[in-house]
Design a protein around this ligand. Structure first.
Ligand SMILES: O=C1O[C@H]([C@@H](O)CO)C(O)=C1O
Length: 560
């Protein structure tokens, strides 16, 4: 028999990015950023090994736009933003099956709705290590009525104006503002025959109906789920059903049965859902805020057991979320996510480079910022990839090595003694191929008695999560207890209040990469760092990523 030849395919997408007047939570209309008129953007579905080509035309009249799927770059770091009316062609290969998403990475465009799902199926002839009858997918997000432009101005005002909690939580782009279940139940008491297409009988427009997940009884579904929230950490659950988690951030994990899923901005999971409950009714799917004092009602969707009509409201109430500030519970949940050892490689036994990153809220000239080891990130006008690759060392603070630790006497339990920080744009230079440990260290905010969750996301790499702990990290005590047996492979991980999170990765992807808090306003306030490795190995930097700042002059007729 001839060996089976599996052809990889090229999948071509043509996207136009433009504003769309829309109200995802059926309240006041505002401007969303949509792709081909759709929000959320179109799903990219491919098989491992495929090549993806996205031809993106920027119709936004006001600003550049940048998408970051596999290519995984970011405006100002690896490429120039795409100018109005310009087209940029992304080409990348999807080599690892799993659940992902893409989003705009310029300004706060993700908060304005510029995102979509990216799903990579296993290569032809390969099998997933678990069985399911069909697949569903959900994007979770949060929504403000104020525009991202107002939010960006507010975040950079003196005195500081915080964006506040979201008005609504969205499931697959749909939410309901000011629409209480209680109001519905009161109306239903008055009129028992009421069968609304929406939760709010007073607003029966079909686009206001909750998202519906259609299932058949007694089957197993794989639900792919991603959180693209701007701020909210979420707990997701179905009424009456348990969940079996099987994949996290594109890597297989040891299957684990849970009542509900904690999912932080930037994370993705796959879970198995067995539709083994009473088939005569529908059930709620609900997303609730954890980690911050919730002022936003849960986002709701309907798990519709066929052949019930989707408008049949569930008999039982939505699941009760866990206590929002129960950090011990949240850490216990995070520790349940461990690698499936048969399908993952273990980390190298030790690291040669150790970096500790202290996360603090600070003041710079009276403005409120976030800083890492007292440096708040302000990106340069010329993207690093071009300036480092072509030796334009004056494009940023090339010769400074950013701090790799913080003072011994810093008290993480108190507001910063000296709240002033500096801005910076220096890069952590990593040796290509080296193993690096990074300890994220949380601390008190500017206000006494407060510390917040930060989901940290690393571009260009997966890392192993070696551990979480309370208080100040201690190398001697805590590194001895790192999980080197089955640490999960992730690209986003939570840093808990007053705690630390340890990760290990191999710097084996030549380029310049962002590592940052995935909370959109926090990144905007400087909460990130930039790493670089093996930039001299990067061949064929496309001309159109260089057309701004100091690299613009390189792309004359003779090219770089
Ligand atoms: O960056 C932030 O600012 C506010 C608050 O600390 C000051 O208003 C908040 O909750 C953040 O996460």
């Amino acid at each position: 028999m001839l060996p089976l030849m599996v052809e990889s395919r090229i999948r071509h997408f043509k996207w136009e990015v433009n504003y769309l007047p829309w109200s995802p939570d059926c309240s006041t209309e505002s401007l969303l950023i949509a792709i081909n008129g759709h929000f959320p953007g179109p799903t990219i579905r491919a098989r491992a090994g495929d090549a993806i080509v996205v031809e993106l035309h920027n119709k936004l009249p006001t600003e550049g736009v940048f998408e970051s799927p596999w290519a995984d770059g970011t405006a100002s770091i690896s490429q120039c933003a795409i100018n109005p009316e310009e087209t940029f062609i992304y080409r990348f290969k999807v080599d690892k099956a799993g659940t992902y998403f893409y989003h705009g990475h310029h300004g706060m465009q993700r908060s304005a709705g510029l995102y979509g799902s990216l799903i990579v199926e296993v290569a032809e002839g390969k099998q997933e290590p678990f069985h399911y009858n069909a697949e569903l997918s959900l994007l979770l997000s949060d929504w403000w009525h104020q525009s991202i432009y107002q939010q960006m101005v507010d975040l950079h005002s003196k005195p500081f104006r915080w964006i506040g909690e979201p008005q609504s939580l969205l499931i697959e782009g749909k939410g309901r503002h000011n629409c209480s279940l209680k109001a519905y139940e009161e109306d239903k008491n008055k009129d028992p025959d009421l069968v609304p297409t929406t939760l709010c009988p007073k607003n029966n427009k079909s686009e206001c109906a909750p998202h519906v997940l259609q299932v058949e009884p007694n089957k197993t579904y794989r639900l792919r789920i991603a959180s693209v929230t701007s701020l909210a950490s979420l707990n997701f659950a179905f009424g009456n059903h348990k969940l079996v988690l099987v994949e996290a951030d594109g890597s297989y994990i040891q299957p684990v049965t849970v009542e509900s899923l904690d999912i932080y901005s930037g994370e993705t999971y796959s879970l198995l859902l067995h539709t083994n409950q009473d088939p005569s009714t529908n059930y709620w799917a609900s997303a609730s805020i954890i980690s911050r004092h919730p002022k936003t009602p849960p986002g709701l969707a309907i798990l519709n057991y066929r052949p019930n009509p989707s408008s049949l409201l569930p008999r039982s109430a939505p699941p009760t979320p866990p206590k929002w500030n129960d950090t011990a519970r949240a850490i216990a949940f995070a520790r349940k996510i461990v690698a499936d050892p048969l399908r993952n490689t273990n980390p190298p036994a030790s690291a040669i480079h150790r970096i500790v990153l202290l996360n603090t809220q600070n003041k710079i000239n009276g403005y409120t910022k976030w800083a890492i080891n007292n440096v708040s990130l302000v990106l340069p006008a010329t993207p690093y990839l071009g300036s480092i690759r072509y030796g334009l060392h004056s494009a940023f603070d090339f010769h400074t090595n950013p701090p790799e630790d913080f003072p011994e006497n810093y008290d993480i339990f108190r507001p910063p003694q000296n709240p002033n920080a500096t801005t910076g744009n220096a890069v952590y230079k990593l040796k290509l191929g080296s193993t690096v440990d990074v300890i994220l260290q949380n601390a008190n905010l500017l206000t006494e008695g407060t510390s917040e969750v930060h989901p940290w996301h690393l571009h260009g790499h997966d890392f192993w999560v070696l551990g979480f702990g309370d208080g100040r990290f201690n190398w001697q005590r805590d590194a001895a207890r790192f999980n080197l047996k089955d640490p999960p492979r992730k690209n986003t991980v939570a840093l808990f209040p007053y705690g630390w999170t340890a990760i290990r990765f191999v710097a084996d992807n030549p380029g310049v990469w962002a590592f940052h808090c995935h909370i959109e306003p926090h990144l905007h306030m400087g909460m990130g760092v930039v790493i670089a490795e093996g930039v001299d190995r990067v061949r064929n930097v496309p001309r159109d990523v260089l057309g701004c700042g100091m690299t613009r002059r390189l792309i004359g007729p003779h090219g770089p």
